[in-house]
Each structure stands twice: as structure tokens, then as C-alpha cells.
Ligand binder design. Structure first.
Ligand SMILES: NC(=O)C1=CN([C@@H]2O[C@H](COP(=O)(O)OP(=O)(O)OC[C@H]3O[C@@H](n4cnc5c(N)ncnc54)[C@H](OP(=O)(O)O)[C@@H]3O)[C@@H](O)[C@H]2O)C=CC1
Ligand SMILES: N[C@@H](CC=O)C(=O)O
Length: 438
């Protein structure tokens, strides 16, 4: 019987995800050897602080603070430190030394992906990053491989577990934003700096990766319009609920073709109202889902745990097995293809439906004046609902107006809202939110 080869695996980082990867590598060593044709030997774990408490009990002698030396002596490198440096330099060193790399670092990929992909091509190694988008859900490989014979036209995803968890807690239990965020951090969903989650930057990095693979063009973070959930109030959530919607932070990448037949790709992240019966509305807690529309395949939906150490470790291990097989079989590295070269469009080029909440004086002719302004700006109204509030003591009457529009451009909507604000019968504009799926 021929001797099974041993591949040295260097692990960079032993936090929420890294600790679970180390556990699985040690516990499932025999199964992984059977699947790859090589023994995957965890050669060391680089961390910042040797004395930090770990979620998993691991042999102390594996730990080091000398990531550079560890990387230079590895066949396969798993980067789970996060952040830009030293992760970037260590990945480059690993690849230049001939090691295949697996990472979950979407922030780094969205900022500096092209340099890393080029280096992987040059070195003939594999750079894989399934864990970087939507945790455990196999989504990048299906887009890159399974759908490579099709044309994707639209990707709509809940790709940040922390914000989905927060919005879901606020919607279902009335939890406060800060409490829900603290719980998401405790459960290991949030980034080291949770600002990246709540301001939408993490979802924007994932949107850039999804758009790049889906449209065979490199999109960077600056191509993505980004709005997080920090301005979503309990009142917005209640109003949405009352009108039959749920608020989700969506990452959207879609092909937009204008009347001349040209156009580009709009990539954006923002809080969005979805009808409660929409498939993405049912995605609760830290779960993620990605909804894809393709010319031939039609609609596809991928669903699963989008964050957390153990689910994310599953995606990392899948990439590691694939990389190890490649080393064993001697195949070339493979990353994404960039044959599309379609331009990234600004948010102004996209159209969507909108929900607008208005507090108005309850006077004759108010509705006509408001609808006139919408018509003047070419924004068509799909649903309009009025609720009258009477204050018995002061005898003041006001009306709450909820409007859902047909698809309109950002520019037309913004001009409509500005004009409506100028009416003397408007007390306040209480909400302006984008809507999908109506
Ligand atoms: N958590 C999740 O659900 C998911 C995370 N990801 C991505 O995976 C990566 C890791 O995330 P997560 O496990 O949550 O992160 P953590 O913050 O929990 O862990 C980071 C680890 O990296 C180590 N580390 C950080 N900086 C350095 C450095 N300069 N030198 C050596 N070691 C360093 C830390 O060491 P020490 O312990 O000593 O401080 C720690 O062990 C990130 O890129 C994240 O975006 C992707 C999908 C899901
Ligand atoms: N912080 C991220 C972790 C996974 O990518 C999230 O909440 O989704």
C-alpha cells in the first residue's frame, strides 16, 4: 500500500471560527485524510496573545505568535485573523511560497482582492474564500462553477447574520438595538469591531464579492452603495409590520440595461422592506439567504447559518479539502474569472419601490395635493392608506399616511419627498424606506 502524504496546515487565528476549525481538523483527521488522500497535519496556530482563553481545548504547543515562520513552512494556510494587515502580507507570503490559502476575510478580499487573485494565479496556487460570504452556505462555488454556463441577472441576499439577528429581535420581541447587538456579539456572530456589521460595511464587502463572481467583473468596496441599520428605528419596524412588511438589510447586485441597450451593474446594501410572504422575509435570527435570478436556471435560493464559529468552520474545511485534493492531484490553482468588464452603476441608476410614511394635517384636499406631487415627479403610487388620529383633549386631528410606490428611480423619489416636505399640511416625513418584492 502506498504511503499517504502529509500536508502541513498553518492556522492563522484561533477566535470564533479558527478555534472550531482547529477542533475539526484534530477530531476528524481520519475522515479528512480519506477525503483528500493526504493527512492534514495542523502544524501550528498563530495568535496575538498566547494566554487568551479559547473556546476549545487545544494542545498548547501548537500555539505561536510567529505567524511568518509558521506560514513559510506550510503546504496549506488558513487565514482567520481578520483585518487587513498582517493578514494580507501573510497570505501573499504563503502563496509566494507555493501554499494554497483558505480565508474567510471578506474585508480584505473586497479591499485588495485583485492583488491576491493575481498573486494566486502567478504562483499557481488556489485561493478559496467560501466562508467569506454567508457563513456555512455554499454560495460562491455554485455561482463560480455550477452557474458558469448561465447568465446571472440579479442577486438579492441577506448576508450579514448580526444585522439580521438584530432586526429579527427588534421585530419579534421588541428588543432594543443595543441589547440585540450585545447578544449577537456574545454568540460570536459579530465582527471584532461590530461597526462593520451595523453600518453595512461587512454586507457591502460580501456584496462586492457576490457581484464580482456573478457578473465576471471585479467590483471593489467603493463600487457598492452602502447604508447600514443604525438609522432603522423601533417606529420604522412597527410601521413596516403594521403595513405587512418586514425590514431586512439586503445586499443587491443587479444588471440594469437602459433604453439604449447599455447599462451596467448596480451593487448596493440598504435596509429594505419585504412583504411578509416573500421567501427572504422568513429568514430569521443569524440565518442568511441568497436569492439568485439567472436567465436559464430561473430563481434559486440558498439558505443556512450565515455566522458563528462552527457553521463558518464547515465552509473553511470544505475549501481546505478542495485545496488539499488539488495539491495531491497536482492541478493548477483556480480563482474567479473576470471576462465581463461591465461598469458599476451609481445608486441613482437603480429603481426600486418605496415606502413613505407621512404625518399630515387632516384637512380636505390634502391627499389630492400629495398625489399630485407624486404624479408631477413621475412616481406612481401602488398603495395608499390613511389612519386618522384624534386627540380628544386638544381637538387636534392629524392623519398618518402610508404610501407604497411602484418602482421609481432614487432621484425621482428624492425630489418627490423634498417637494412633499414643502407642503404646509405636512407635519413630518416619518419614514422613507426601499421596498423589494411587491
Ligand atoms: N465570526 C463569524 O461568524 C464569521 C467570521 N468570518 C471572518 O473570519 C475571520 C475570523 O473571524 P472570528 O473568528 O470571528 O474573529 P475573532 O476576532 O474571534 O478571532 C481572531 C483571531 O485572530 C487572531 N489575531 C488577530 N490579529 C492577529 C495578529 N495581528 N497576529 C496574530 N493573530 C491575530 C486573534 O488572536 P488572539 O485570540 O490572541 O486575540 C484571534 O485568535 C474574520 O475575517 C471574519 O470576518 C467569516 C464568516 C463568519
Ligand atoms: N459578522 C458577520 C460574520 C459572518 O460573516 C455576520 O454577522 O454575518
Amino acid at each position: 500500500m502506498s504511503e499517504v502524504r502529509t500536508l502541513k496546515v498553518a492556522l492563522l487565528g484561533c477566535g470564533n471560527v479558527g478555534a472550531q476549525v482547529a477542533r475539526i481538523l484534530l477530531d476528524d483527521a481520519d475522515a479528512l485524510a480519506a477525503r483528500t488522500g493526504a493527512r492534514l497535519q495542523l502544524s501550528g496556530i498563530a495568535v496575538r496573545n498566547l494566554d487568551s482563553e479559547r473556546d476549545v481545548e487545544l494542545p498548547r504547543e501548537l500555539f505561536t505568535t510567529d505567524a511568518d515562520t509558521l506560514v513559510k513552512d506550510a503546504d496549506l494556510v488558513i487565514e482567520l485573523m481578520g483585518g487587513i494587515e498582517p493578514a494580507r502580507s501573510l497570505i501573499l507570503t504563503a502563496m509566494q511560497n507555493g501554499a494554497c490559502v483558505v480565508t474567510g476575510n471578506k474585508a480584505l478580499l473586497a479591499q485588495d482582492g485583485p492583488t491576491l487573485y493575481e498573486e494566486a494565479d502567478k504562483a499557481g496556487v488556489q485561493l478559496s474564500y467560501e466562508a467569506a460570504v454567508a457563513g456555512a452556505i455554499p454560495i460562491l462555488r455554485p455561482i463560480r462553477d455550477s452557474l458558469s454556463g448561465d447568465r446571472i441577472t440579479r442577486v438579492l441576499g441577506i448576508v450579514n447574520g448580526t444585522t439580521n439577528f438584530i432586526l429579527d429581535q427588534m421585530d419579534s420581541t421588541g428588543a432594543q438595538f443595543a441589547d440585540a447587538l450585545a447578544e449577537a456579539q456574545r454568540l460570536g456572530y459579530a465582527e471584532a469591531d461590530p461597526t462593520a456589521d451595523v453600518e453595512g460595511h461587512d454586507a457591502a464587502a460580501k456584496a462586492a464579492i457576490l457581484a464580482s463572481l456573478s457578473f465576471h467583473t471585479r467590483f471593489a468596496l467603493e463600487d457598492v452603495y452602502c447604508e447600514g441599520i443604525t438609522k432603522v428605528s423601533a417606529a420604522d419596524i412597527a410601521a413596516a409590520k403594521d403595513a405587512g412588511f418586514v425590514i431586512k438589510l439586503l445586499a443587491i447586485a443587479e444588471k440594469i440595461t437602459n433604453a439604449n441597450g447599455d447599462g451596467g451593474i448596480s451593487v448596493r446594501v440598504h435596509p429594505t422592506l419585504l412583504p411578509r410572504e416573500h421567501p427572504l422575509a422568513a429568514v430569521r435570527g443569524a440565518f442568511n439567504a441568497v436569492f439568485i435570478e439567472a436567465e436559464n436556471a430561473g430563481e434559486l435560493m440558498f439558505y443556512g447559518q450565515g455566522a458563528g464559529g462552527t457553521p463558518t468552520a464547515s465552509a473553511v474545511l470544505g475549501d481546505l479539502v478542495s485545496a488539499a485534493r488539488r495539491v495531491v492531484l497536482g492541478g493548477p490553482g483556480r480563482t474567479e474569472t473576470t471576462t465581463g468588464y461591465v461598469p458599476a452603476l451609481s445608486i441613482d441608476a437603480s429603481t426600486t419601490s418605496y415606502y413613505i410614511g407621512l404625518d399630515v394635517a387632516d384637512q380636505a384636499g390634502v391627499l389630492a395635493r400629495i398625489t399630485h406631487i407624486f404624479a408631477e415627479h413621475g412616481v406612481s403610487i401602488e398603495i395608499m392608506r390613511q389612519t386618522i388620529h384624534r386627540d380628544a383633549a386638544s381637538k387636534v386631528e392629524s392623519a398618518e399616511l402610508k404610501i407604497v410606490t411602484h418602482r421609481a428611480s432614487e432621484a425621482a423619489l428624492a425630489a418627490t419627498v423634498e417637494a412633499v416636505k414643502g407642503l404646509d399640511v405636512i407635519n413630518s416625513v416619518t419614514s422613507v424606506l426601499r421596498v423589494e418584492g411587491v
